[in-house]
Design a protein around this ligand. Structure first.
Ligand SMILES: [Zn+2]
Length: 201
């Protein structure tokens, strides 16, 4: 099986669009064109270096007992609005990625989950401002009451045929769900010490 791990829908350099006007530490104006090979600006006054890195996120494949997958429709005001995606979001600085998965699934679907493991990691060079690195997890429902929340306005359990017809926000989601329905997915177990006890069944 081929593992798809890099998705690029932008042809320009994000760094050029993320150039800062002023040093965030001391306020000195950055030189107009100052940018190194890897999109860095360095302050001539305080030596502050502006590093640009991808934003880390998680998504979760949640399975039903009939082996369907849960996806959500993004609100019309969200980026890539009215398209479908797997539940997920950005990792906060204070969280482990496992904690993020539980929080995001709870916020977006109302469900508590039991995470089985990691199925892939992908780079999404989405557009000139958004470059994410996403850990994809797989798990099952362990409780809660299903209700769309946060940026999702509708939830749907899909089988393979329905999956083929969905309009997805992210190419990576389509590929990972393809892989699931092909039955070719391998799972790396997660560190169970960081699983919240509330998700245990
Ligand atoms: Zn400075």
């Amino acid at each position: 099986m081929h593992l798809y791990q890099v998705f690029r829908s932008s042809s320009t350099l994000a760094g050029n669009n993320k150039r800062l006007q002023f040093c965030p530490r001391c306020g000195l104006a950055f030189a107009e064109k100052e940018l190194e090979e890897f999109a860095r600006q360095t302050c001539r006054q305080c030596d502050f270096v502006s590093y640009l890195n991808p934003d880390p996120g998680i998504t979760v494949l949640i399975r039903s007992s009939e082996k369907k997958i849960l996806i959500g429709k993004r609100s019309s005001t969200a980026r890539y609005g009215n398209k479908w995606c797997l539940p997920g979001g950005y990792i906060e600085y204070e969280e482990s990625f496992i904690e993020t998965a539980h929080r995001e699934v709870r916020e977006e679907t109302g469900l508590e989950i039991r995470i089985e493991g990691i199925v892939n990691v992908v780079s999404n060079l989405l557009d000139d401002y958004h470059h994410t690195i996403v850990i994809i997890l797989i798990g099952d429902v362990a409780g809660g009451r299903q209700q769309p929340g946060d940026d999702l306005t509708e939830l749907r359990w899909i089988d393979r045929d329905q999956h083929e017809r969905m309009d997805y926000a992210f190419a990576a989601d389509r590929k990972i769900i393809d892989c699931y329905f092909q039955g070719s997915m391998r799972v790396l177990p997660i560190d169970k010490r960081f699983e919240p006890s509330s998700s245990a069944v």
